[in-house]
Design a protein around this ligand. Structure first.
Ligand code: XBP
Ligand code: MG
Length: 251
């Protein structure tokens, strides 16, 4: 099948946003209202089992402060904490704290040059995506993406396939013409459940995840002067991932 669209995950894939971005922002939101909750790097790794920021706070309470869930108005509290977290996250991103991962800008540019459609399928909040793209790729980079599927636009977040179904429906493309780039087991499950072949670039938090059936499992997309390492998968990517390699993988 011919490749028509690349669908990118955001957190962990476009950039390493979790440890030094989302995690720091959650802690800042907790501290701002006097809560002594602190998500260490290790604890955050466990909490990443659940996608979505509001869902992650709820999961944390279930396991660490279950009595909080009995309180009246807890859902509003979670929403308010999450809004504050989103504001803190966007300040961090705006300050340039979070660069793109190796090879991302190069592959996006190559896809644009070859008229391959670009899209995003993410669990995070839409405005977080906008801030990250603008801070790293410039003011007009949102326009590079035909569809940005994000956050609560679908009822069930990854590992459910809903966000991928949404993006493909908006693109008017079938899964055979799409290739997803993800960093986590939940992301891979979501894309596979939607029938989309997927390449993995893992990171510190997802290195030990299970990536069965991925086209390739790499440490990053690589650059000519920064070779990537392939740990698994039958798709041969060489020392840096090119559009041609991805086309060959799909055909
Ligand atoms: C990653 C996530 C998100 C972010 C938090 O999403 O799990 O939940 O950690 O984002 P993806 P929000 O890998 O699909 O980009 O707080 O905005 O929900
Ligand atoms: Mg991800």
């Amino acid at each position: 099948m011919s490749l028509k669209a690349l669908i990118f995950d955001v957190d962990g894939t476009l950039a390493d946003t979790e440890r030094d971005g989302h995690r720091v922002a959650f802690n800042a939101a907790f501290a701002a209202v006097g809560l002594d909750w602190h998500w260490s790097e290790d604890l955050y790794g466990e909490l990443l089992a659940v996608t979505g920021g509001k869902e992650r706070i709820r999961y944390y309470l279930q396991h660490h402060h279950p009595q909080w869930l009995e309180q009246q108005g807890i859902e509003q509290t979670i929403i308010a904490l999450h809004e504050s977290k989103t504001a803190h996250y966007q300040m961090l991103v705006k300050d340039g704290a979070i660069p793109l991962r190796p090879g991302i800008q190069r592959l996006l540019q190559e896809a644009r040059d070859r008229a391959i459609t670009l899209a995003i399928a993410t669990t995070t909040t839409h405005s977080n995506v906008a801030h990250l793209l603008q801070a790293t790729l410039g003011a007009h980079s949102l326009e590079w993406f035909a569809v940005i599927g994000a956050g609560d636009v679908v009822p069930a977040k990854k590992p459910a396939p809903d966000i991928y179904h949404y993006v493909m429906q908006q693109l008017g493309l079938s899964p055979q013409h799409c290739l997803a780039i993800e960093d986590s087991a939940q992301g891979l499950q979501a894309a596979h459940a939607a029938g989309i072949a997927t390449l993995i670039t893992f990171n510190g938090y997802t290195r030990e995840d299970t990536f069965d059936g991925a086209l390739a499992v790499l440490d990053h997309l690589g650059e000519p002067d920064q070779p990537c390492q392939q740990l698994a998968g039958s798709c041969r990517c060489g020392t840096y991932v090119t559009l041609e390699a991805l086309r060959n993988c799909l055909s």
